[in-house]
Design a binder for this molecule. Structure first.
Ligand code: GDG
Length: 614
């Protein structure tokens, strides 16, 4: 029994250990089973994640190499990766834009390049240009409406850009037949021969035009910013009109904008308050303001009674452009002096009221080759045509000046230099004449009327002194010429003298060079123009120094053809390379970069809370 019991117990013991062993085996089995399942699940997760990541990386690689459309990544099947994918897309676009701006010299700068930037970098975003001056003016002469292009550096530069970009150009409708030419929305398509973009005209009363344009802009800001020793005039009612008209332009910009983030290109000193006014109503707009005239030092600017308002207006811009670095520095100094703002010269930025403005140098240029050059006769024929038109002998050497009739252009100093040349080198009497084309400008302002009278009087004095039957040393033409005629003159001249007392850039200097396919002719250029910083092969003079200027004209008239050619060739290369499309393209590329950055930032912000909630 015992044995049996023992056996039984043993059996029981045996059975118990068997059961325990069975249970341990089961546990182990379950453990391994779970471990195996966990391993498979982990493996699957890794594989899926790896595949997704590879897909993402492949997508990114494809994007970077330009093989794949940016939107392809939106389709990534892992929802958690979508915000990252979107940020990466934006980053890649940003990098591409940066890469393009670094490779700027590799781009063939023309209308197609601008269109490509608009299409690819800016995704066809809306572009609005705003300026006081319109590119085409409808003028009534009896029963006939004539279309004129104004003599304006701003129009010369922007018109080809706008032809390439389409879009809308908002400007003051100043012509006597402008109202007759527009549709019910105040739009008119231009250029008349091949409509490519539209003008939206802004209407001003005579009083407003008088106060805003002639008064504050041209009797106040224009002399304030140019060191030409004409005292600026500031009148409170003019300022009121300036504010009213800037608000009117801002209304029209917001009215024309079809999107909440258009690119608004604001031009010049007539619209200094506009950037801030537009920013308040379209906070997501990219506003690029270009100041076409010099920016003075803080002492000079500081006399403006409304200096803070003007600075704050301009700082509504995303980007503010000047022709030269010198003017950018003057602007930094001025803001530093008069506003509570963080001025960072290192990064060329100003932070004011929590908003950032980039201040940059964009030297303006011209279309190359200029449209007005197409179909011109040869240089020799142009020379003969112009001399025949002037009624002078075929071998008369010609000097040339082309300007708006403006006291900043140094026309009086130019004539004094001609007079001095004829005193010092009488051999030129009868053999050399200077043709001055002076397009009437702002003639309702007293200062301009007085200036015209002085210019006419000095020309008469020199002609009285050195002229004779059939010979005038100074041939003065106070009248508007069309652009083709202007270019015929450029081609006919031996010397072009640009003697500005102060000038943002001066496009006449660049046009003269562009007109000379024969690589002949000499440019005498004032050191106080923005152009002198680029065209160093010109004969650079101080126009106040009459002796030096006379000597430079003498040097120009005596310059051997090989030297003329070498200087011209170098300047022509520069203008060809840095043409107006590049000027506009650089600003648009910078705008694209800025827009991409802010999109990346806003994506990053919106992606963060999403990730947490999941
Ligand atoms: C401002 C800045 C800056 C002249 N007469 C006639 C005529 N013109 C054309 C010239 C040239 C333009 O006008 C003048 O350009 P500028 O650059 O010399 O001068 P602003 O008008 O003062 O221009 C200046 C410019 O803006 C661009 O930023 O360079 O510093 O002051 O294109 O050819 N054109 C026609 N008839 C004329 O009688 N058609």
């Amino acid at each position: 029994m015992l044995e049996g019991r023992q056996l039984g117990e043993l059996l029981i013991v045996h059975d118990m250990s068997f059961i325990e062993r069975r249970s341990a085996d089961t546990k182990k089995y379950i453990f391994y089973l779970f471990a195996a399942i966990a391993a498979v699940v982990a493996l699957l997760t890794v594989v899926i994640a790896e595949l997704s990541w590879r897909g993402l990386i492949a997508g990114v690689k494809a994007l970077i190499s330009g093989e794949r459309d940016a939107h392809a990544l939106d389709g990534t099947r892992v929802p958690e990766l979508r915000p990252i994918a979107r940020d990466l897309q934006a980053l890649v676009r940003d990098l591409a834009a940066e890469r393009r701006s670094r490779d700027e010299s590799q781009i063939g700068w023309g209308p197609d390049a601008l269109r490509r930037i608009l299409r690819e970098d800016l995704k066809g975003d809306e572009v609005l240009i705003v300026s006081n001056r319109e590119p085409y003016i409808h003028v009534r002469h009896g029963n006939v409406i004539e279309i004129q292009q104004p003599a304006s550096g701003l129009v010369t530069a922007l018109e080809p850009v706008m032809r390439a970009c389409s879009g809308t150009w908002i400007a003051h409708g100043s012509g006597s037949a402008d109202r007759e030419a527009v549709d019910v929305n105040d739009h008119v398509m231009v250029p008349p021969e091949h409509p490519a973009y539209r003008i939206r005209r802004v209407w001003l009363t005579k009083k407003e035009e008088q106060g805003y344009y002639y008064g504050f802009a041209n009797e106040g800001l224009w002399p304030l910013c140019h060191i030409a020793h004409v005292r600026p005039t500031f009148r409170a009612p003019d300022w009121e009109h300036y504010c009213t008209v800037n608000r009117r332009f801002a209304d029209v910009v917001c009215d024309e904008a079809r999107t909440e983030d258009p690119i608004v290109l604001v031009h010049d000193y007539h619209l200094a308050l506009l950037p801030r006014l537009v920013r308040q109503r379209l906070p997501r707009a990219t506003i690029i303001t270009f100041w076409h005239i010099p920016w003075p030092n803080p002492e000079a600017f500081g006399i403006l009674p409304w200096r803070e308002a003007v600075l704050e207006g301009l700082l509504g811009s995303s980007i503010l452009g000047f022709h030269t670095q010198f003017h950018c520095h003057n602007f930094f100094d001025t803001v530093d002096r008069f506003l509570e703002a963080r001025v960072d010269r290192e990064s060329s930025t100003i932070i004011h009221g929590g908003e950032q403005t980039e201040v940059r140098r964009y030297p303006i240029s011209i279309e190359y080759p200029p449209a007005a050059l197409a179909g011109q006769p040869t240089v020799t024929e142009c020379g003969s045509q112009i001399r025949a038109r002037l009624g002078v002998s075929a071998d008369l050497r010609l000097g040339l000046g082309i300007d708006r009739l403006d006291y900043t252009k140094g026309i009086l100093e130019r004539f004094m230099a001609i007079e001095r040349l004829l005193e010092l080198e009488p051999r030129w009497i009868g053999k050399f004449s200077f043709v001055q084309i002076a397009a009437p400008s702002r003639s309702s302002i007293d200062e301009y009327q007085g200036f015209e009278a002085k210019v006419r009087a000095l020309a008469d004095q020199i002609n009285g002194r050195f002229g004779r039957e059939g010979y005038q040393p100074v041939i003065l033409k106070v009248e508007h010429h069309d652009a083709r005629q202007v270019y015929t003159y450029y081609r006919a001249a031996d010397v072009c003298y640009v003697s500005s007392l102060h000038d943002g850039m001066n496009l006449v200097a660049k046009e003269f060079v562009a007109a000379r396919e024969d690589e002949r002719g000499v440019l005498v250029l004032s050191q106080f123009t923005g152009a002198a910083r680029e065209l160093s092969e010109a004969l650079i003079v101080n126009p106040y120094d009459i002796e030096q200027s006379a000597a430079a004209i003498q040097l120009a008239l005596a310059m051997p053809p090989e030297e003329q050619r070498a200087r011209m060739r170098s300047m022509r290369n520069l203008i060809q390379e840095f043409n107006v499309y590049r000027w506009a393209g650089r600003m648009l590329i910078d705008a694209a970069r800025m827009r991409h950055r802010s999109r990346v930032l806003s994506h990053a912000r919106s992606a963060r809370p999403q990730a947490v909630s999941r």
